[in-house]
Design a protein. Sequence first.
Length: 99
Amino acid sequence: MKRVFRAASLIQVAHARNVLTAAGIDSELRNQYLAGALGDLPLWETWPQLWVEDPLEPAALRALERAATAPVGTPWTCSQCGELLEPQFTTCWRCGAAD
């Protein structure tokens, strides 16, 4: 098993796990409840972590890198309501119309 992600916040680790799940990569969440050992263990070792099987490590790291990269493109204007939207949105947040 290889560790592919860790963060102080369980929310960040859960998001990373969702990214891997969406990419079809199984992962294991470790240290979810280890914060109580802080002081007895080094800080970094108490943080929640994501682990994957060895052969999945490169794909997992690529998926996490893609998720962390800002989307490329230009803002677009909704044809229904005229709202200006960032390129990562494919549906208007204001009226629900698709791009």
